[in-house]
Design a protein around this ligand. Structure first.
Ligand code: ADP
Ligand code: MG
Length: 233
């Protein structure tokens, strides 16, 4: 579904992503991990069209190089951010509704919004201001807005950041349901190895923009190169 080949991104002298290749199969939950500054979020910025790059990214066989972010969203690629950003003065339901305009049809779809609110168990919060919700509520609204675009693939950037053990459980269940019940392929960047080993079928570890290891998550986390690259953290 997503095929990344020899992806390289330089910011001046800094090589943020260095000749990186990987592919994500339809239906998979694919994990990406690595130390801070390894280039993880930059990979998402490249896939979603926020920077130009060297190399190739194919989505369902279509090269996305040079495409505008809204065109890439219309193809079926959607993302969330490390820190949930809410729209000021919009309710939870309205915030999710904004996502509809970035999807393929570009039209507001009340039925889709209602469906997502039920799916996220947000009925009690639907008319609350999004920026007054707690962290889990804000995260759900951000995920809901991403789902409103009807994505084929959802890119999650450290969805567990700042969450307690109970919230992490909830989010893990939610991510599994998005994958299994909605049929959305998922890439997840995450620091918590237990989350990655439980959720993902394949795990990529990067450091300084380059691949350290990739494969079965349980095997990858025992790889001596991976252990070494985390020791400096
Ligand atoms: P991670 O998400 O793995 O923590 P990032 O992808 O955010 O890492 O950043 C990788 C490196 O690229 C860091 O050194 C960061 O400072 C740098 N970087 C990221 N985005 C930009 C940018 N827009 N301009 C300049 N440097 C950037
Ligand atoms: Mg990051």
């Amino acid at each position: 579904m997503l095929r990344v080949s020899h992806l390289t991104k330089k910011f001046g002298e800094l090589v943020a992503v260095n000749d990186l290749s990987f592919h994500v199969a339809e239906g998979q939950i694919y994990g990406i991990a690595g130390p801070n500054g390894a280039g993880k979020s930059t990979i998402y910025n490249l896939i979603t069209g926020y920077h130009d790059f060297e190399g190739e990214i194919l989505f369902d066989g279509t090269p996305i190089a040079g495409m505008a972010p809204h065109k890439i969203a219309q193809l079926g690629i959607s993302r969330t951010f490390q820190v949930p950003e809410t729209f000021p003065s919009l309710t939870a339901a309205q915030s999710i509704g904004v996502g509809c305009h970035f999807g393929d049809s570009e039209a507001y779809d009340q039925a889709r919004v209602d469906e997502i609110i039920a799916f996220l168990d947000l009925a009690q919060d639907r008319d609350c201001m999004a920026d007054e919700l707690n962290l889990l509520g804000k995260k759900k609204v951000m995920i809901g807005a991403a789902l409103a675009t009807r994505p084929k693939i959802l890119l999650l950037d450290e969805p567990m950041a700042g969450s307690n053990a109970h919230e992490i459980r909830d989010l893990m269940e939610l991510i599994k349901r998005i994958n299994q019940e909605m049929g959305v392929t998922i890439i997840i960047i995450e620091h918590f190895m237990k989350v990655l080993t439980e959720l993902t079928q394949k795990l990529l570890i990067i450091d300084a923009g380059a691949r350290i290891a990739e494969g079965d998550p349980e095997e990858v986390i025992r790889d001596p190169h991976v252990i070494e690259c985390y020791l400096g953290e």
